[in-house]
Ligand binder design. Structure first.
Ligand SMILES: Cc1ncc(COP(=O)(O)O)c(C=O)c1O
Length: 441
């Protein structure tokens, strides 16, 4: 297996034909995106700089966005049901955010100094997460996780990092799989001493870690596997993991980079489970590059430069004034309990409606997830699933819905109940056509 984007060859001839025709129509509809992509390949290997966005034969180029919609360079407008893989929570043009950012812009860029917004933002974050007595900022979720892991190892003086089957913790902390899936060729991973444990299986975790428990310095877990397919952790699994980590003297880290949008204090607050450290990122940056890691005072105090032996942690843009203002503003004005509850209820409704309609229409798809973060799955034979997902993706684009090829669905605050109903109807109709194509030969 490699990471290169190769055509998904469906073994089902009907699906193969549907895929060919969907790609041809995509090519015809998007000449300007195609040209822009060809130009991009002259200076960017593969024409882009974010592998997640790769589409065969080429990705669309977006020109602008407003509310819940984005418009590509060929003039097509899409309702956004991907929300930048969960980070685009506020839509494209939230007026409160835009006003705060404009004001900050007018005050000047890059002071190479602290601003009051840094502590204001930090205070807002630590007030939300019971596990965060203190917090530090970084530039991405990847960086926050790498810093949290390094901190945990230093705190415990141990070497091993436990991750879970199916986890994604960032560009350098990815493709954790056990069994025959292995690590694809071409993946580069930060050289921590990883142990990959089974998700939602505390007995399996204990059996694996028992013999090496004295070496385990960090256990990092997503309260729901995000990129791994929106697989929620069983609450009891997380509780047991909490207890086991304490028992073996490890630092338990919740990666809430995605799940922090499930409630004001993330999934940990919903479940009443307090890890030792928490990482967040994505939408907390108010639209800018962001990551943060925080935890118990005794752990985070290692960064207190007033104390002997403190850890040095630089980062030119750690406290970028624009990010600090945008993040603090979003936290104080937009990430309200009511707004998050509305959106997560809408996501639950969408998932239920999709599943009910897929069932009634016998479409070979289902949706899985929690609240506003969901994933579409195909139930056709394994060798045809990728092609079926791809056909569905192209059909939804043609219907004006922005989704991901791998089936990720994430809502944003601008999505209305009517839009969700429209999306459900479109997805069910497209799923029916995919099923018909699969049966046609
Ligand atoms: C759970 C989780 N952790 C970490 C990351 C990495 O964040 P970033 O892409 O900002 O580095 C992601 C990104 O998708 C994520 O979903």
């Amino acid at each position: 297996m490699t990471l290169s984007r190769q055509s998904n060859a469906a073994s089902n001839p009907g699906l193969a034909a549907a895929l060919q025709s969907a790609r041809a129509s995509y090519l015809e509809r998007n000449p300007k995106s195609h040209a822009a992509y060809s130009k991009a390949t002259e200076s960017l290997p593969g024409g882009g700089t974010r592998t997640t966005l790769v589409v065969d034969p080429f990705p669309l180029m977006i020109e602008s966005g407003k509310g819940s919609e984005i418009t590509d360079v060929d003039g097509h407008t899409y309702k956004d049901f991907l929300s930048d893989y969960t980070s685009g929570l506020y839509g494209k043009s939230n007026p409160v955010l835009l006003e705060a950012i404009s004001k900050a812009l007018a005050q000047g860029l890059q002071f190479g100094a602290h601003t009051p917004h840094e502590a204001r933002f930090a205070a807002g974050l630590v007030a939300r997460f019971p596990s965060m007595d203190l917090v530090r900022f970084a530039n991405s979720g990847t960086e926050a996780n790498m810093l949290a892991l390094t901190t945990a190892l230093k705190h415990t003086g141990r070497s091993k990092v436990v991750v879970f089957d199916g986890a994604y913790h960032g560009s350098l902390l990815c493709h954790f799989h056990t069994g025959d899936k292995g690590m694809p060729e071409g993946v580069v991973r930060a050289p921590f001493d990883f142990v990959i444990a089974p998700y939602n299986d505390i007995d399996g975790v204990k059996a694996l870690l028992g013999p090496i428990k004295a070496d385990v310095g960090a256990i990092i877990v997503e309260p729901m596997l995000g990129a791994g397919g929106c697989v929620p952790a069983e609450p009891q699994f997380l509780r047991d993991l909490r207890d086991y980590s304490t028992e073996i003297g490890s630092v338990l880290i919740f990666d809430e980079v995605q799940t922090s949008r499930l409630s004001p204090g993330g999934r940990q607050a919903l479940l009443g489970i307090t890890p030792d450290m928490t990482t967040v990122g994505k939408f907390f940056g108010g639209g800018f590059a962001f990551g943060a890691f925080g935890g118990k005072r005794e752990i985070m105090d290692m960064f207190d430069i007033r104390k002997p032996g403190a850890i040095s942690h630089g980062g030119t843009f750690n406290n970028s004034p624009l990010t600090m203002v945008a993040g603090a503003t979003a936290l104080e004005h937009l990430l309200t309990p009511e707004a998050l509850e509305r959106l997560n209820n809408l996501g639950d409704h969408m998932r239920d409606a999709l599943n009910a309609a897929f069932k009634t229409t016998n479409a070979p798809f289902f949706a899985k997830g929690l609240g506003s973060i969901n994933q579409l799955y195909c139930t056709l034979p394994a060798e045809d699933r990728d092609a079926a997902m791809e056909v569905l993706f192209f059909m939804l684009l043609e219907k004006g819905y922005w989704v991901s090829q791998r089936g990720t669905l994430a809502l944003n605050f601008e999505n209305s109940a009517e839009e969700v109903d429209g999306f459900v109807a479109a997805a069910v109709e497209a799923a029916g056509r995919v099923a018909a194509a699969a049966k046609s030969h």
